[in-house]
Ligand binder design. Structure first.
Ligand code: NAD
Length: 496
């Protein structure tokens, strides 16, 4: 039995998977110009789920024209309240079809269906939050000389390209689409090639909600040629990208070489998770295996560098190993704790990082092997893996692995751990666990990261800005801050 015929799926999910899959261009469903397609694989079984159109440069040209037409035709001058209403309607439709989204996300990405539910609910919350903002994007009146009125206004950028990764496919679409639409832009969304399905299903609901043609376009395909064609296109005014730091750097260069389009980047991380001996240990023991292995470690904010104060080191490591051993691994539809990695390529990358870790002297205390019980042998499952080390210069400690691998090390003092936590090219997030609030706040002040959690981890809210420092990115998504990413500020001088 193939996955698409799985009897536990909703009939509408099954019908959608039967395809054919098409892209959304100018309000119509389209194949790619030369009808090229690529396979979408279920990472839990290794089987082909469906085929997806592979967009090339000509498809992108056509899409940009449609988005430009929609922008200057209606969307640019549409009343903000209308944008708000459409976004609210879209959120309602996503809520109506939540089960279909959960099933598609689980099949396409491999994640446990309960975790997919969180992602879809967060998507709905994003559209509702930014539906509220559409009517509140204001400028200011500025002090000026007599007989002068000087004011600013925030205007949409025009056509924006939104490029998202595969680890939280639908949610990442919402992080970009919702503020971009609220600000009055026309969008060209490109999901990651591994996970196009929930974006394409969202396209159906965008039509049903009544968005004008060409306001949201969805093109599918890999980084090269599809993503590259977006980045290089002179008719696109901005690229908002979430993905790896290497690709982010490449995008910034090409954006500059084309039309100097603006760029915002949400990139990788290697986040320190610091546990002092006076931490609330009941909370730590409930959280640490999740902060280490959530989404099978394929998470930019993963607490992948754990530092534990010496007095508590053995107790905390033993607890982490014990709780990690209890984590169930299976295909996502069975709602285990952990699903597979996204692809064979990712499995190979992570396995190589583990091998390097062993060779460079990390002490492997748990996992490290492919997880191969008979019914999962064709999926990309990897055991949660824990290394202990005392050398922060190891590749294992410095490089983002993006899999279920954490490194644990002991420290003595506040100053030592702060320096070690900051010793990274990345600055996405960090956490500190202690019952001493002044120590916690001093750590938060001195930690060079875009988000710091105190006695908690991985907390997100559409109203709270999120984005990295250093090589973890440029710009803040979420909250009021995201409005800066999708508008340009104009100053008007009126002499009367
Ligand atoms: P990736 O950089 O390989 O791909 C991300 C997206 O970019 C995909 O849609 C891909 O098709 C596209 N792409 C690839 N090459 C391109 C190119 N040359 N031009 C234009 N587009 C291109 O990343 P990934 O492997 O999909 O995702 C994992 C990475 O994403 C990790 O580094 C992770 O930390 C990061 N990430 C960051 C955040 C954040 O908010 N900071 C969130 C999720 C993931």
């Amino acid at each position: 039995m193939s996955t698409s015929e799985n009897p536990t799926l909703q009939p509408r999910t099954q019908a959608f998977l039967k395809g054919p899959q098409k892209m959304l261009i100018d309000g119509e469903w389209a194949v790619s110009e030369n009808e090229a397609v690529f396979e979408s694989i279920d990472p839990g079984t290794g089987k082909v789920l469906t085929h997806i159109p592979l967009a090339g440069a000509k498809d992108i040209d056509k899409t940009v024209l449609a988005a430009q037409k929609a922008f200057s035709g209606t969307w640019k001058s549409s009343p903000p309240a209308q944008r708000s209403l459409l976004m609210w309607k879209l959120a309602d439709l996503i809520e109506r079809d939540i089960q279909i989204f959960m099933e598609l996300e689980t099949l396409d990405n491999g994640k446990p269906i309960g975790k997919a539910e969180y992602d879809v609910k967060s998507t709905i919350a994003h559209f509702r939050y930014y539906a509220g903002w559409a009517t509140k994007i204001t400028g200011s009146t500025l002090p000026s000389a007599e007989n002068q009125l000087v004011y600013t206004k925030r205007e949409p950028l025009g056509v924006v390209g939104l490029i998202v990764p595969w680890n939280f496919p639908l949610m990442m679409c919402a992080w970009k689409l919702a503020p971009a639409l609220a600000c009055g832009n026309c969008c060209i969304l490109k999901p990651a090639e591994q996970t196009s399905l929930t974006a394409l299903y969202l396209g159906k609901l965008i039509i049903e909600a009544g968005f004008p043609k060409g306001v949201v376009n969805i093109v599918t395909g890999p980084g090269d040629p599809t993503g590259e064609a977006l980045v290089r296109h002179p008719g696109i005014h901005k690229i908002s990208f979430t993905g790896s730091t290497a690709v982010g750097k490449n995008i910034m260069q090409k954006a500059a070489q084309s039309n100097l389009k603006s760029v915002s980047l949400e990139l990788g991380g290697k986040s320190p998770n610091v546990i002092f001996a006076d931490a609330p240990m009941d909370k730590v023991s409930k959280a640490l295996h999740w902060t280490s292995f959530y989404n099978s470690g394929q998470e930019c904010t993963l607490g992948s560098r754990i530092y534990i104060q010496k007095e508590a080191f053995q107790q905390v490591v033993d607890g982490l190993i014990e709780e990690t051993k209890k984590l169930q691994m299976d295909i996502g539809l069975k709602d285990p704790d952990l699903g597979p990695l996204i692809s064979q390529q990712q499995l190979d990358r992570v396995t190589k990082a583990i091998k390097t870790g062993n060779e460079e002297g990390g002490d492997l205390v748990l996992g490290g092997e492919r997880f191969t019980v008979p019914h999962l042998q064709n999926g990309y499952f990897l055991e949660p893996t824990i290394f202990v080390h005392n050398n922060d210069s190891l590749q294992l400690v410095q490089e983002e692995i993006f899999g279920p691998v954490v490194v644990v090390s002991a420290f003595d003092s506040f100053e030592e751990v702060l320096a070690r936590a900051n010793n990274s090219d990345y600055g996405l997030a960090a956490a500190v666990w202690t019952t001493d609030s002044s120590k916690a706040l001093r750590f938060a002040d001195q930690m060079d990261a875009g988000t710091v959690w105190i006695n908690g981890y991985d907390q997100f809210d559409p109203a709270v800005p999120f984005g990295g420092f250093k090589q973890s990115g440029i710009g803040k998504e979420m909250g009021e801050s995201a409005l800066q990413l999708y508008t340009k500020e104009k100053a008007v001088w009126f002499n009367y």
